[in-house]
Design a protein around this ligand. Structure first.
Ligand code: TRP
Length: 331
């Protein structure tokens, strides 16, 4: 049976963190077995909010190196950079003719960003969902792993696909659905006591943080007073530390700390050391590979070139069919 196609895109806005790793990247590595996986770095999308030429190229490089360091294998998946595949832009132009101003203006992410950057409400921001739909539809991807904040964009991609098919009386475009990871979704909490680890929250452990940085960040994590009475409720910051501990430590170790919390003998300093050591064990081998890869310009460029070549051959066919359906041809 043909493998189902999974497409994932990530904007290039800096280093990946532990939340990205447990929430997505670790699954991406596993998914390479079962699916026809295509992973790309959405550098055009990054430009809609952060048109800083001095940062973009390095952000693309670091994500590519981090992806490879985590175990994405260019022989088992397609790995590429959005701007290396110019076919996407043509696909996007064609798709734009079936995207309406009204629906684009109503998009939550658009309204949000327009509010945040009132002096740069550029057309790229408005048509962000169309470019994202082009990314996806040109692959005829079945599934797209997305967080909650991208569900609306994915729904729009489905709408564009269905609308296009209806308009031209075909079933050419494949409406994409969210990829549902197996098991419980993993939520990595931040170190600041509440919520999840996120770049904009400034509470992250980055995959390229060195051991001392990890130790320092975990040492500063928010806690409460050590419990004094058995059966007192556990505060959110401590619950979060236990979530982190369960992610990175052996079950028996985590159980031990929970027992110590329950009988009020826990010392948060020890708990934090355990967490820091666990995190270091997970990320330091990746960081070492990352550093080598990051410095290997020839290899990174080879991955980019070969990735783009494979993807271009595939999306070229979609684009040709798209053009044909829309009546674009030589006399
Ligand atoms: N909008 C996505 C995000 O910010 C990134 C993205 C761009 C994407 N194109 C995509 C994700 C195509 C999946 C598929 O997270």
């Amino acid at each position: 049976m043909e493998k189902k196609i999974v497409l994932s895109g990530i904007r290039a806005t800096g280093h990946l963190h532990l939340g990205n790793y447990y929430g997505a990247l670790r699954n991406f590595v596993e998914m390479q077995q079962e699916y026809d996986c295509r992973y790309f770095i959405a550098d055009y999308h990054s430009l809609t909010t952060q048109p800083d030429a001095s940062l973009l190229n390095d952000n693309v490089r670091s994500i590519l190196a981090e992806y490879l360091a985590a175990g994405l294998d260019p022989n088992r998946c397609m790995l590429y950079v959005q701007s290396d595949v110019p076919e996407t832009c043509e696909f996007y132009t064609l798709l734009n003719m079936h995207a309406y101003l009204g629906e684009l203006e109503k998009t939550v992410a658009f309204k949000d960003k327009a509010r945040k950057q009132p002096n740069n409400v550029n057309a790229g921001l408005l048509t962000y969902p169309v470019l994202m739909a082009a990314d996806i539809l040109q692959h005829k991807a079945h599934y797209v792993p997305v967080g909650k904040d991208q569900l609306q964009h994915l729904e729009m991609a489905r709408n564009f696909a269905n609308r296009f098919n209806h308009f031209y009386g075909c079933d050419f475009l494949v409406p994409p659905y969210p990829y549902e990871a197996k098991g419980e979704p993993v939520k990595v909490p931040g170190l600041d006591g509440s919520g999840k680890m996120g770049k904009s929250e400034g509470n992250c452990i980055f995959l390229n943080d060195d051991d001392r940085t990890v130790e320092r960040k975990v040492r500063k994590a928010v806690t409460d007073m050590t419990p004094t009475e058995p059966d007192s409720p556990m505060s959110e910051p401590i619950q979060n530390l236990f979530v982190l501990l369960r992610l990175v430590a052996e079950k028996s170790v985590a159980d031990q700390y929970l027992a110590a919390w329950n009988d009020c003998s826990i010392r948060y300093g020890d708990l934090k050391k355990e967490i820091a050591q666990g995190i270091i064990k997970v990320i330091s081998p990746m960081r070492e590979r990352y550093e080598q890869l990051y410095a290997d310009t020839d290899y990174l460029n080879k991955v980019r070139r070969e990735g783009a070549e494979r993807v271009r051959a595939i999306v070229r066919e979609s684009l040709d069919e798209m053009r044909r359906l829309m009546g674009i041809r030589m006399f």
